[in-house]
Design a protein around this ligand. Structure first.
Ligand code: HEM
Ligand SMILES: *[C@@H]1O[C@H](CO)[C@@H](O)[C@H](O)[C@H]1NC(C)=O
Ligand SMILES: *[C@@H]1O[C@H](CO)[C@@H](O)[C@H](O)[C@H]1NC(C)=O
Ligand SMILES: CC(=O)N[C@H]1CO[C@H](CO)[C@@H](O)[C@@H]1O
Length: 334
């Protein structure tokens, strides 16, 4: 070994070390708790007050905000791009058919919380819509008597929202376990994260049209999905007749529809998962053990859910010049 190779070894070593020091923290995108402590110290209580007021007007605030957060993060990252309204002929994320039932109350919750934040002079235009959506989501979960947790903040709002970006990014109710795992893995989420997050279906509504195939047309030999509880299937047929008005929606958790609890997992054990993508978590032997544990222990589920929500909140976060702070959450800054 000559002096040159030792020299180049050292140079490479120093280079790699420098890269590690610089790149690793940057890839975490600098989210942290109390991000607004200096510029808008009361932001979390301002948002909570606005969300609580909206919650008292309608329970739909809870599922609508929670689902809006999920759809935001899975398409182009948690950057409030889902909130952009279409203008002229430009189709944006929320115009995609998969947005169905992104209930207006979710958008309204963020817009009202943003107005409350911006009404405080020192906070005006300092807090991103993406972060307001994260805080509002945390608040609706605890208002529905789910877990309370601290959120990481520091996201910027995205500069792009295209309907074409939604294609293939959101899970479908017909998905099997492999398809679910693949789509969540593409967002850095594990099977356990996927199962925990799916329990969001412990609150909220589904349009009948999303489950008709399971109760009337499942297969030629058996029109009702055999993994569906027969008593529940009959009840669903009562609420959702074949020719149902497509605007009719039903509770996704028939037992405790307004409570954020672990009933979702207990329902799965009874064959009462509403979608194929729900029930498969119990029928597939790879995910069943997790369902059983969380059906048994609400506290264990809560911990897994909070961890998974925190990871979901880190997906595709914008910082620096690839984002900004929108003055109106539904319009790009001009
Ligand atoms: C795992 C794959 C998932 C699939 C296939 C799926 C699919 C669906 C579908 C089809 C609906 C009914 C929409 C309608 O008919 O209006 C729905 C509703 C809902 N989803 Fe999911 N979802 C999934 C995961 C999630 C996750 C991870 C969350 C949040 C963390 C979530 C939150 C919700 C909520 C809260 C509702 C009720 C919306 C409302 O009442 O306005 N879902 N989901
Ligand atoms: C059931 O299947 C038939 C024939 O395949 C189709 O015409 C009908 O629209 C389907 N109904 C539902 C509710 O999916
Ligand atoms: C179907 O649901 C009922 C409650 O609605 C329950 O008593 C029964 O055990 C369930 N059947 C199966 C096979 O899980
Ligand atoms: C809330 C919302 O923006 N809904 C839109 C979802 O997409 C359909 C078209 O696929 C629009 O008609 C809805 O207005």
């Amino acid at each position: 070994m000559g002096g040159t190779s030792l020299g180049s070894f050292l140079m490479v070593f120093v280079l790699v070390l420098t890269l590690l020091l610089v790149v690793v923290p940057m890839s975490e995108a600098q989210l942290r708790q109390n991000f607004y402590a200096d510029v808008c110290p009361n932001v979390e209580s301002i948002v909570r007050t606005a969300v609580t007021k909206k919650f008292r007007q309608t329970f739909v605030t809870v599922p609508a905000t929670l689902r809006l957060f999920f759809h935001d993060c899975f398409v182009q990252g948690c950057d409030a791009s889902v909130m952009i309204g279409s203008s002229g002929g430009n189709q944006v994320e929320k115009d995609h058919p998969d947005n169905l039932s992104l209930a207006g109350d979710g958008f309204d919750t963020v817009i009202k919380a943003k107005a409350a934040v911006d009404a405080v002079p020192e906070c005006r235009n300092k807090v991103s819509c993406a972060d307001i959506l994260v805080m509002a989501t945390r608040d609706v979960i605890s208002l529905a008597r789910g877990p309370s947790y601290a959120v990481e903040l520091g996201r910027k709002d995205g500069l792009v929202s295209r309907v074409s970006d939604v294609e293939g990014k959101l899970p479908q109710p017909s998905f099997n376990l492999n398809q679910l795992n693949a789509m969540f893995a593409a967002n850095g989420l594990s099977q356990a994260d996927m199962i925990a997050l799916s329990a969001a279906h412990t609150v909220g509504f589904s349009h009948c049209t999303k489950l008709l195939n399971r109760i009337y047309n499942f297969s030629r030999t058996n029109p009702v999905d055999p993994t569906l509880n027969a008593t529940y299937a009959a009840k669903l047929q009562g609420m959702c007749p074949r020719d149902v008005d497509p605007r009719i929606a039903i509770d996704m958790d028939p037992n405790t529809p307004t409570r954020f609890d672990n009933m979702y997992f207990k329902n799965l054990q009874q064959g009462m998962g509403l979608f194929t993508s729900d029930q498969v978590l119990f029928t597939d032997a790879r995910s069943r053990p997790t369902v059983k544990i969380w059906a048994h222990s609400g506290q264990t589920f809560y911990k897994a859910f909070v961890d998974a929500m925190t990871k979901l909140g880190r997906v595709g976060v914008k910082t620096g010049s690839n984002g900004n702070i929108r003055t109106d959450c539904s319009v790009f800054n001009s």
